[in-house]
Ligand binder design. Structure first.
Ligand SMILES: [Zn+2]
Length: 70
């Protein structure tokens, strides 16, 4: 299981997908939702919405995530 590169929290696959989408597609270090929200100055709820938007747009990083994570 990967961990957040800032706070070391265990990551969900949606958080890894969000890091790839928002930071860098080739990222090898990932951020949890809390740290991503801090970096982009948005709420965690906004990130949840974004993740669902990306999935609905057919982004492959998100369409294969477990249903419970979105
Ligand atoms: Zn973190």
């Amino acid at each position: 299981m990967s961990r957040c590169s800032e706070c070391s929290r265990e990551l969900k696959s949606v958080e890894i997908a969000l890091t790839k989408k928002l930071v860098n597609r080739g990222a090898t270090e990932f951020l949890c939702k809390t740290c991503l929200a801090g970096r982009f100055r948005v709420s965690e709820g906004t990130l949840d919405e974004k993740a669902r938007e990306f999935r609905d747009m057919g982004c492959l990083l998100f369409t294969e995530l477990p249903e419970g994570e979105l």
